[in-house]
Design a protein around this ligand. Structure first.
Ligand code: URA
Length: 210
């Protein structure tokens, strides 16, 4: 993956995202749509995985069949909203290793505060896909990537649903080696650090906590 930012402009992704943005969309529908969209985003973020072949005996004859090369992928969910993307990606990559980074945003400083960090072993040999639906200020995402790099990962991609230009810029400055895949880049952040027009608080919308 060579582009720093990939926007997945597939009609299904864009259509589903528009329904998710609607403030009248229920928690149940939001969650279902997030799961569906995460399948499509997972498809895109894994597009350039290295491939090899293995011998498969079909009912007719042996063949060299394409298969993904290397160690199992690692998915890292940035809690708590990352879990909404994680579940859908695991539908497609069920043997992935899974880690969690817990960061909350201090509402005054908007800076990330870490409260949990549990990552799979062998990250130096795995492609790591870090997931968080909302790339807002980029502070939490950049801090999560710092932790993932400290654990040894050198091949990392970041997958989100929505990004703000400020977050994309922050990530590019802090981690220019980490490609970002997203469904859209919105207009800006408001004073509270929310993406505008956005979809509100992704965690609250998927877990029904507001
Ligand atoms: N986190 C969210 O859930 N929504 C935003 O708009 C920004 C950060």
């Amino acid at each position: 993956m060579t582009e720093h930012l990939t926007i997945v402009d597939h009609p299904l992704v864009q259509h589903k995202l528009s329904i998710m943005r609607d403030k009248d969309t229920s928690t149940k529908s939001f969650r279902q749509l997030l799961r569906e969209i995460s399948h499509l985003l997972a498809y895109e973020v894994t597009r350039s995985l290295p491939m090899t072949t293995r011998t498969v005996e079909t009912p007719l004859e042996p063949m060299q069949a394409p298969t993904i090369d290397g160690k199992k992928l690692a998915l890292v969910s940035i809690l708590r909203a990352g879990n909404g993307l994680l579940d859908g990606i695991l539908d497609l990559i069920p043997n992935a290793r899974v880690g969690f980074v817990g960061l909350y945003r201090d509402e005054e400083t908007l800076q990330p505060v870490q409260y949990y960090n549990k990552l799979p072993s062998g990250l130096e040999d795995r492609l790591v896909i870090a997931v968080d639906p909302m790339l807002a200020t980029g502070n939490s995402s950049a801090a999560a990537i710092d932790l993932i790099k400290q654990a040894g990962a050198t091949n990392i991609r970041f997958l989100c649903l929505l990004a703000a230009p400020e977050g994309v810029a922050r990530m590019k400055e802090a981690h220019p080696d980490v490609p970002i895949v997203t469904a859209a880049v919105d207009s800006h952040l408001n004073a509270s650090g929310y993406i505008v027009p956005g979809l509100g608080d992704a965690g609250d919308r998927m877990f029904g906590t507001k």
